[in-house]
Design a protein around this ligand. Structure first.
Ligand code: C2E
Ligand code: CA
Ligand code: CA
Length: 488
């Protein structure tokens, strides 16, 4: 009952009670119910009672159909639906289409609740209605995506509209500012049927979101090629996973104590190659794994591999710590943490020599969950690091909610140190280091490429050094030679 719209409950109850009281053998009713996203959708429920030979009710069976899939209008925004758009004839005429998506809508929903999310959707639909021409058709395509179809319009006009809408989203009374991204196509140039046009629009929107929030991308050959490459890489990655992680390898990059300049630690970094694909960067293939969710499986492999090396080096070199990267989605179920604890136990690795680096681009929205999971690890001695500190707006929020042992200052700030007259990066690093000292958090500077930067970093008092000046990430055997060379 709690899922049914309050206005429809009475009608629903009356109809269903008639069946269960025996007054009727048929149930037929339309009502709104909340789906798993918290949106009300229209349902039609029809059922009947089947009696046994004696006329006694045997079974009550029926069928529930989602009505608004086939409805002309979206019940929330009252815009035309996706279903309606599929009926449109794109094979004649010259027009342009814009696909708009709200940036970080999942986050908006998660932090403010779905009712607030609905308000954002309604406000955006009203804005679209207000700023579009009379002959434009506006559809709520799906979730947070809207389509503006301009039957005789131009891409230029829709591009202009996009910027007007984006400005407007900054300033809606009662709502926090948000932004939209968009993909843009024209027909017949980019397709003459619904499926082709929509798929080209989706790829363009995806491209726009990757470039920058609040951006618009016109469909082009480049976007089409990118999509092809992503699909090809994805297919090959899945194949590698199925073939027992063939093609994946962990490299290790040394991390030095800033005082002694001795290797005390290393970061595990994932590499992937197949005979056909040799040039995929970690940024490229990890993003694909994150988007598909397969980073969970690969993440287990990385964790086990990192711990396996840690176990060897713990015996061989006594006290070299090993860190590895985890993406936020790997932590969404508590299983990862339990598996890590169990693996460390099984391989007899001292947890104090293991560090988990949380890549900050994760946009963690459930910091309470993170905090609980990390507490569990830290109690056992595992170390937690926040990666790429300063690159995402949530840095301080995350620091506030989650206890960190180590903070890794992003390369962006480190590299800027030698730029002439650059006081900003210096001030940022100095203050971050100061803050960490007060909080008993250790710091690592990443991306040290020159002696000059190293000297500045050491003078500021950063605890650990990492960068090409010492070594690029290398295979395990090469890392061992490095450690042994240093100890000799
Ligand atoms: P990250 O965690 O920030 O890793 C540091 C990156 O900086 C590495 O790139 C490393 O090779 C590079 N780097 C280190 N020192 C220098 C330097 O002095 N100069 C320059 N220009 N670069 C330097 P890499 O290996 O390409 O990894 C890229 C990113 O991919 C990592 O950034 C991390 O976010 C992600 N990643 C790598 N392995 C894994 C993994 O096993 N799991 C997950 N979830 N993410 C991973
Ligand atoms: Ca890292
Ligand atoms: Ca980093």
């Amino acid at each position: 009952m709690e899922y049914i719209h309050p206005e429809d409950r009475a009608a629903y109850l009356k109809d269903i009670e008639a069946v269960f009281s025996g007054a009727s053998t048929r149930h037929s009713c339309q009502y709104r119910a909340k789906n798993k996203y918290g949106d009300y959708v229209w349902l039609e429920c029809k059922g009947s009672v089947i009696a046994d030979a004696d006329g006694k009710p045997l079974v009550f069976a029926g069928l529930m159909t989602r009505l608004d899939n086939q409805n002309k209008y979206d019940p929330l925004t009252h815009l035309l639906t996706n279903y309606e758009m599929q009926k449109y004839d794109f094979s004649t005429g010259n027009g342009a289409i814009l696909l708009l998506g709200i940036n970080a809508f999942r986050k908006i929903n998660n932090t403010n609740g779905f009712l607030y999310g609905n308000k954002v959707l309604v406000a955006l639909s009203e804005c679209l209605d207000h700023f579009t021409d009379k002959c434009d058709r506006i559809y709520r395509f799906q979730g947070d995506e809207f389509v503006i179809l301009s039957p005789d319009g131009s891409k230029e006009a829709l591009c202009k509209l996009f910027h007007i809408v984006n400005d407007y989203c900054n300033n809606i009374r009662g709502l926090k500012s948000f932004s939209v991204s968009a993909g843009l196509v024209s027909y017949p140039e980019d397709g003459t049927d619904f499926n082709t046009l929509m798929s080209n629009l989706e790829h363009s929107l995806e491209y726009a979101k990757e470039q920058k929030s609040g951006w618009i991308a016109e469909f082009s050959e480049k976007i089409s090629q990118r999509h092809l490459r992503t699909s090809r890489l994805h297919e090959a990655l899945t194949q590698s996973i199925h073939n027992n992680y063939e093609g994946f390898e962990l490299y290790f990059q040394p991390i030095l104590d800033a005082k002694t300049k001795k290797i005390t630690e290393c970061e595990s970094l994932l590499r992937w190659k197949t005979p056909e694909i040799q040039d995929a960067t970690p940024y490229e293939f990890i993003k694909i794994l994150e988007d598909s969710g397969e980073i969970r499986e690969v993440g287990y492999w990385v964790m086990e591999e990192a711990l396996r090396h840690a176990a060897i080096w713990q015996k061989k070199y006594n006290n070299i710590s090993v860190s590895f990267n985890v993406s936020y989605i790997q932590l969404l179920d508590g299983e990862f943490i339990d598996k890590l604890i169990a693996t460390a136990k099984e391989l007899q690795v001292d947890p104090r020599l293991i560090m988990v680096e949380l890549t900050e681009s994760c946009n963690a929205d459930d910091t309470k969950m993170l905090s609980l999971q990390f507490d569990k690890l830290q109690k056992l001695g595992f170390k937690i690091a926040m990666d790429d500190f300063g690159t995402e707006y949530a840095s301080f929020g995350l620091l506030h909610d989650v206890t960190m042992d180590v903070l890794k200052i992003d390369q962006k700030f480190v590299r800027g140190l030698i730029r002439e007259g650059n006081k900003t990066d210096m001030a940022i690093i100095e203050n971050v280091v100061n803050m960490c000292r007060q909080l008993s958090i250790q710091t690592v500077a990443e991306g040290i490429e020159t002696e000059e930067i190293q000297d500045i970093i050491r003078s500021i008092g950063v605890s650990y050094l990492q960068g090409y000046l010492y070594s690029k990430p290398v295979p395990a055997a090469a890392f061992e030679r490095m450690v042994e060379g240093e100890r000799r």
